[in-house]
Structure formats: C-alpha cells, structure tokens
Design a protein. Structure first.
Length: 232
C-alpha cells in the first residue's frame, strides 16, 4: 500500500488488489458502490464479493477527502503476445467532485506503480470500455494512437486487431462491431443519472450520441501509450 497526500485529497494505492485486508474489503466495496450510485441508476452492485476486484492481476486506487471516498480506479494487468496491457476495469468520481482532475491523479498513481521501474517497457497498450465520452477523451489523451479514432476515418491496422483480440479475451460472450468497436447492451440495466458530455470535444459527444445512443451500449477502446513513468 502507498499513501500520498496531494493537498486535501489523500490517495491510497493497492497495486496488488488482493493485498486489501479482508477486514477492509466490504468497506471498500461500499465506497465504490456509493460512488457508482451518484453516477448511475442501478438495480444491483456491479462490484461485489461475487464479482470481485480483489485479485492478483488487479490494482485499486482510492481517493479520499475529509474521510470520505470520492473517487476510485480499478486496473487489470494482462500480457498478449508479449505486449504489456493495462485494462481500466472501472473508474468513477463522486458527482460533487467531477472536474477536479482526479482521473489523471489516479491514473498516474497506478501507472507509476506499474511502469516506474527502469526495466519497464517503453510502451504498453491501454484499453478500456465506456459509454462516457469524457472517459474516452481522458483515455485518448494518454495514448499516441487509439481505436476507435474518433472522428478519424481510418484505424491503425495492428492496433485494431489488438483491440478486437483484447475485447474477445475480456468479454468472450460479448459481440463487438469492428467498424465502431461498439458493444450493444454491454451495461444491461445500468443507466446514467445525467448523460455525460465533454463540453470540449463536440465531435466526440456527437459520435457517442449517434453511434451508441442506447445507454446500455458501450465502446471498447485500445491505444498505444508511451511509458513516461519509468525512472530511467
């Protein structure tokens, strides 16, 4: 566990999520669910003891303010054909704390732990699934290239194939549309309380509204990210 206090917000990192002590796990799940509930209308918990983030190949970052958990990020580590892959399994910020730069703060904390070693690879694949254009823009900002490349007309062939391969590994029973990387009905009964908009990237907002209009739909994304965290 690593704890750092940036201003009034404290960051807690479990690089190996299975290291979260047993006596704390229910409280962590409660915190994550309470944040999700400020963003989504749900019929049940997404993260639970049955669908658990407390695994050896997962990591968890929690942000706290005044003793309350205000944001979380869950990452999963994979390797595909020798390529290091980080999958953003879930991230959300409590509704009253949006726009505070917490995504980047959590992402940097997680990636410093993963790739800070001088022997870490110079590049890795970052992938994520979302129906939130804000998360798309934040993920795209970490990458030198990404698919789907909204709103470009062409995709990078090697990255497109890797994206499809990762989608099949992570969601083997979920169909994906190659042209858009859309996954229909991926989020089931989940519904946003307020449909998110970027305010800064109208082309992305428009693409999401036109391509995945159903709030249960999602898009699977993958990009090449440079390792800027290595202490070389």
């Amino acid at each position: 566990m690593i704890a750092t206090p940036p201003g009034a917000v404290t960051s807690e990192l479990f690089q190996i999520a299975s290291d979260v002590p047993e006596h704390r796990r229910d409280a962590v799940l409660d915190d994550i669910s309470s944040i999700i509930d400020t963003n989504w209308l749900t019929e049940g918990r997404f993260w639970s003891r049955q669908h658990s983030p407390f695994k050896v190949d997962h990591g968890i970052v929690l942000l706290r303010h005044g003793g309350a958990c205000v944001a979380y990020m869950i990452v999963q580590r994979l390797a595909v054909a020798g390529t290091s892959v980080i999958y953003l399994s879930g991230t959300a910020v409590r509704d009253s704390y949006r726009g505070c730069g917490f995504f980047k703060q959590m992402f940097d904390a997680a990636m410093t732990a993963e790739f800070g070693d001088p022997a870490a690879p110079a590049e890795f694949c970052l992938c994520w699934r979302t129906r939130n254009p804000v998360i798309y823009v934040l993920g795209r900002a970490q990458c030198r290239s990404v698919v789907p490349a909204i709103a470009a007309e062409t995709h990078a062939g090697d990255l497109e194939e890797l994206c499809l391969s990762l989608a099949a590994i992570l969601y083997p029973r979920q169909a994906i549309e190659k042209a858009t990387m859309a996954m229909r009905g991926a989020y089931g009964q989940l519904r946003y309380r307020d449909e998110p908009r970027t305010q800064t990237s109208p082309d992305v907002d428009r693409w999401f509204a036109q391509t995945i209009p159903d709030s249960a739909d999602a898009v699977f994304c993958a990009g090449w990210a440079s390792n800027r965290w290595s202490r070389r």
